[in-house]
Write a protein that binds this ligand. Structure first.
Ligand code: C2E
Ligand code: MG
Ligand code: MG
Ligand code: MG
Length: 284
């Protein structure tokens, strides 16, 4: 059979390919409608100080509740959005919504919480990001230092010189900059020297087995040390257990994010989560 499939036939239309193409087209088609129908929603996941467990901000994670498809996971639709270019208007919408939320919090006196947003490689290297951010900041009247932009190593290393300049300009505006999924991408330490960033986010993949896998434990501890030596702070992603929290605290990590502290949730729920947290606990 292998031989017969070898030459001159239509392998392109394998059932798997067909299903993947179909899925891609389906999502791509519905995504435009979803953006207009406001079927997208920002979810927020708390980031906490490792020492105190206090919430210092949140990461914005996009959710899509489609009327026909139900909930579509980012791991399904973000790659399609990236490939089709839809990520640019979608990402722009996320930036605008995030700033609107920061402005609202500022009015409500919640003026110390920071929001981190994910930037796609396309948004980052499209050449219009800086001007667009300036426009949005002016429109919403927010303090850019309350906003953190997360980029991945792979996105940063596509065009290092462009990245270097853009990050410098963003930082001059006051934006905070983080490298997401640290250790999974390009994994060149050179950019830590090259790029003006504020934080690194250690990927969940290194955190999940931290208590049982000695290599992961060493890598995480060394990464924290390296980051601190360079004047960067460290956020650990995907913290799910008390033991992981304890380990990271012992190694002097700065902040953490994960199901142990909070799941991603709608902004209104997050507001309530914060309110409950800061409520003084009565003496027993
Ligand atoms: P990410 O930026 O690395 O976000 C962290 C992911 O880990 C989120 O998945 C979050 O829900 C999940 N997570 C957090 N804590 C835990 C934990 O304790 N255990 C486990 N198992 N998972 C945890 P999510 O929300 O499905 O997003 C997946 C990816 O999609 C994100 O990874 C990010 O790369 C991308 N993404 C999400 N929203 C946006 C967006 O607005 N724009 C862009 N460009 N990408 C986005
Ligand atoms: Mg992220
Ligand atoms: Mg991440
Ligand atoms: Mg990740």
């Amino acid at each position: 059979a292998a031989k017969r499939e070898g030459r001159g036939n239509f392998q392109f239309f394998s059932p798997e390919m067909n299903a993947a193409t179909h899925e891609h087209l389906l999502l791509e088609n519905r995504m435009w409608g979803a953006l207009h129908a406001e079927d997208f929603e920002l979810y927020l996941q708390a980031q906490v100080s490792l020492d105190t467990g206090r919430v210092i901000g949140a990461e914005v994670l996009l959710r899509w509740h489609d009327t026909e498809l139900g909930s579509v996971e980012p791991s399904r639709f973000i790659p399609v959005a990236e490939e089709s270019g839809m990520i640019v208007p979608l990402g722009d919408w996320v930036l605008g919504q995030t700033m609107a939320l920061l402005a609202q919090w500022q009015r409500e006196g919640l003026d110390e919480l920071r929001l981190a947003v994910n930037l796609s490689a396309r948004q980052f290297s499209g050449g219009t990001l800086l001007a667009r951010l300036d426009e949005l900041v002016a429109h919403h009247g927010i303090d850019p230092s309350l906003m953190e932009l997360e980029i991945t190593e792979t996105a940063a290393m596509r065009d290092p010189e462009n990245t270097r300049q853009l990050l410098r300009q963003l930082r001059a505006r006051g934006f905070k900059l983080a490298i997401d999924d640290f250790g999974t991408g390009y994994s060149s330490l050179a950019y830590l020297k090259l790029f003006a960033i504020d934080r690194i986010k250690i990927d969940r993949g290194f955190v999940q087995d931290i208590e049982h896998n000695p290599n992961d434990a060493v890598i995480v501890a060394a990464t924290i040390g390296l980051a601190h030596s360079l004047g960067l702070t460290v956020v650990a992603e995907g913290v799910e257990t008390q033991a992981q929290w304890g380990f990271l605290r012992d190694k002097h990590g700065d902040e953490a994010q994960g199901y142990l502290f909070s799941r991603p949730m709608p902004a209104a729920d997050f507001r309530e989560f914060i309110r409950l947290q800061v409520q003084p606990v009565p003496d027993a």
